[in-house]
Design a binder for this molecule. Structure first.
Ligand SMILES: [Zn+2]
Length: 259
């Protein structure tokens, strides 16, 4: 491919102009551009906490693990609270306001798509959301802020007000089943997409990484925007090796010129 970034983003903009069902899949690279480290990568927080200790079954089975898990998750919570949406998040919201966005499917847990103004029903979160807490038994949802105050007040084994079930940050822990409804919805939307943009994802965390494959099988135009190569580059119609924020801003400007 001899195209430069400008030509490639213009081509993607033309696809967006010509179609309505645009699905955008966002991965850790979109969060790192907002200063949030990739929590699933080695290093950082995992040098102080052992992922094996936090397997979902251990959380369910041990009060001690739950106490430690809340401490671990407090660090994630405060990192996320400091972060602000970047150009890639804003571009997704602007495409929605132009009537072009079917949905965003994200591997990120940081609520930044919502903070950038996307309505909750337009964001499918495959790995959950760290700013929410749910009861594992009755699924009642709690605001993280209020729960965090209880954690800081010394509570380590938090229980549901209604059913006394275990409370847990609404993210998917290692060994925890993927959320069925979100997975199903993401598969359906990917399969029926006309244009599918995978941005800031190395496409190696499964089953999330299958989404571009579903899109391609469904006949979508597939663009992969990521700084590093991915295992699906050979299936893409266009590969843009660029930061998500830079590429999405270029695409949005080019879309606007065509509208
Ligand atoms: Zn409950």
């Amino acid at each position: 491919m001899g195209f430069d970034v400008e030509e490639k983003t213009s081509l993607i903009a033309q696809w967006i102009k010509d179609h309505d069902r645009i699905v955008i899949f966002t991965g850790a690279g979109v969060s790192t551009e907002s200063g949030i480290p990739d929590f699933r990568s080695p290093g950082g927080i995992w040098e102080r906490f052992d992922p094996n200790e936090f397997l979902f079954d251990n959380f369910l089975g041990s009060e001690k693990v739950r106490e430690k898990y809340w401490q671990f998750h407090s660090e994630i919570y405060y990192t996320i609270l400091k972060a602000k949406p970047n150009a890639a998040h804003h571009a997704c919201s602007k495409l929605d306001r132009l009537g072009k966005l079917d949905c965003v499917i994200t591997q990120n847990i940081d609520n930044l798509h919502h903070n950038a103004g996307l309505p909750r029903e337009k964001v499918i979160e495959l790995h959950g959301n760290a700013l929410r807490v749910t009861c594992l038994t009755c699924k009642k949802e709690y605001d993280r802020k209020a729960i965090q105050q209880r954690v800081e007040g010394g509570e380590g084994d938090l229980r549901c007000d209604d059913c006394k079930g275990l409370l847990k940050p609404a993210t998917i822990a290692f060994g925890q089943p993927m959320p069925f409804k979100e997975m199903h919805e993401a598969e359906t939307r990917s399969s029926s997409a006309e244009v599918f943009l995978a941005i800031g994802s190395s496409l190696v965390v499964y089953p999330a990484a299958y989404m571009p494959v579903y899109a391609k099988q469904g006949g979508a135009k597939l663009a992969i925007i990521n700084l590093a190569p991915t295992p699906y580059d050979h299936q893409a119609d266009v590969v843009v090796q660029e930061k998500a924020g830079v590429a999405m801003e270029m695409i949005l400007e080019s879309v606007k010129k065509r509208m």
